[in-house]
Write a protein that binds this ligand. Structure first.
Ligand SMILES: Nc1nc2c(ncn2[C@@H]2O[C@H](COP(=O)(O)OP(=O)(O)O)[C@@H](O)[C@H]2O)c(=O)[nH]1
Ligand SMILES: [Mg+2]
Length: 439
């Protein structure tokens, strides 16, 4: 078609074009109002967004576990419509204590995880991306603030149940002078909520299904669950649990830093340690063939565990003896320790090791710490431990659990993974259950 001809055609169809555009805009706006939320450009009609949050006291690794529960749940919701799981930003967290590396809040998941990999299980979206789609306020149409039943075990019997009730404790949402409901919302000012309901809840997460489906129809398509740690896993340790867990690959940068450290200090790399995985978690196999690097790893949880779980935590002297004995049995001389302990504690630990054994800690430069923050440092340590010949964890630490899962995914024999430090007065304590992956 020549230029002249094309200009002519456009001139003829312009009124028709304007007319269609007018009605399209009217129609879109009507739909947006019907969806009863602020309707900005680019919104996919009929799409539902699920936001969630947890009790602020929960640490990073329990939060990862709750993500698994919610991701499996959203996968179920998707059988009923177009649902997207909105990832709650990270921070501030009680264990992220470094004061010299700036604020540690509003951190996107992509800082820690490969979000493309997460996406291969269920549709996810960073909260910051949803917010940048909104010119004005993000209005959450309905927020369910979950709470435990005051009388959970009625007549000594546990049963699944939920009930819309008065709030037992005042939820952290308040009405402002202009009538809007506001809350912490990860430090974002432009998020508001229309309605907050307290729901006493006891049961598996799929028990939330009817509540969410019903409310998304009535009140709109942005829904939030707070205290998301209250519902239980639908199928703890089942196929979907492991699918989501396997999809939680770390960010490229964190793998890179861990590889660099392993190579430089531990002479360890995935190829010789037989710890390579396919680039897509969906191509993994159930093979148990990992060997691990020539080092033992111990996770020594200190800080709050020294008080809360003192009867399950070893003294540094006992921990050193256990690490040394394990290294000796495996004919290894390198010991890597991941810990939230202080510098002094680590020096003490080192002083208890005989000179034959070398202690390694991950102590990145200020520039790296400022870049990957406390959360990134912790993950690098987890990656290093997950590739050791042998791992010893801390009792009931979710930090240790995540390392054990990673080792299952990598295909380590169970006896090299499911081990824990005992307390001083109980040297033959029960070892952790073998938490086998199911594919
Ligand atoms: N860098 C580092 N941080 C740790 C270590 N152990 C615990 N932490 C920090 O302390 C937090 C502990 O909370 P959480 O993740 O809930 O694990 P849990 O309390 O051990 O079950 C972690 O998220 C880390 O921030 C460790 O070995 N290394
Ligand atoms: Mg914790």
């Amino acid at each position: 078609m020549n230029r002249k001809h094309r200009t002519h055609r456009m001139a003829v169809s312009a009124p028709l074009y304007t007319f269609t555009l007018f009605w399209l805009i009217v129609l879109l706006n009507t739909e947006c109002l019907r969806g009863s939320q602020v309707c900005d450009r680019g919104e996919v009609l009929g799409r539902n967004y699920l936001l969630y949050d947890l009790n602020p006291a929960e640490g990073f690794n329990l939060r990862r576990d709750v993500f698994i529960r919610i991701a499996v749940f959203v996968k179920k919701l998707q059988q009923h419509g177009d649902w997207v799981l909105v990832l709650p930003p990270w921070g501030p967290l009680p264990h992220w204590k470094s004061k010299d590396i700036g604020d540690q809040l509003k951190l996107p998941w992509k800082n820690f995880f490969d979000t493309e990999s997460l996406m291969k299980y269920v549709s996810i979206m960073e909260l910051s991306d949803l917010l940048s789609e909104k010119k004005k306020t993000l209005l959450i149409n309905q927020l369910f603030y979950l709470q435990h039943f005051p009388d959970g075990w009625e007549n000594g019997k546990w049963e699944e149940k939920y009930k819309f009730e008065n709030c037992i404790h005042k939820p952290p949402y308040r009405e402002t002078k202009d009538g809007a409901m506001k809350g912490w919302f990860w430090g974002y000012d432009k998020i508001q909520v229309r309605n907050v309901s307290c729901v006493s809840f006891q049961g598996h997460v799929n028990k939330l299904l009817p509540i969410l489906l019903e409310h998304s129809k009535i009140s709109g398509n942005v829904i939030m669950i707070d205290r998301g740690e209250i519902p239980l896993h639908d199928d703890y340790g089942g196929v979907d649990y492991w699918k989501v867990r396997r999809s939680m690959r770390y960010s490229f940068k964190l793998y890179f830093l861990a590889s660099q450290f392993r190579l430089e200090f531990l002479q360890s790399d995935d190829e010789s340690d037989l710890t390579s995985l396919p680039s897509d978690w969906r191509d993994e196999t159930a093979e148990v063939a990992a060997k691990g690097g020539d080092y033992v790893c111990g996770h020594l949880r200190r800080q709050d565990f020294l008080y809360g779980r003192s009867s399950d935590i070893p003294s540094l002297k006992l921990a050193a003896k256990k690490l040394e004995k394990t290294a000796m049995l495996l004919n290894l001389e390198k010991i890597f320790v991941a810990s939230d302990g202080t510098k002094q504690e680590m020096e003490k630990l080192k002083s208890y090791l005989s000179p034959k054994y070398q202690l390694y800690l991950y102590q990145p430069s200020f520039e790296i710490r400022r870049d990957i923050l406390d959360g990134g440092v912790a993950i690098v340590e987890q990656i290093i431990c997950s590739r050791a010949r042998h791992f010893i964890g801390s009792f009931e630490s979710t930090f240790s659990f995540r390392i054990q899962e990673e080792r299952e995914i990598l295909g380590f024999p169970s006896n090299s993974t499911f081990n824990r430090f005992c307390a001083d007065d109980n040297d033959s304590c029960e070892q952790p259950a073998k938490w086998k992956k199911i594919m």
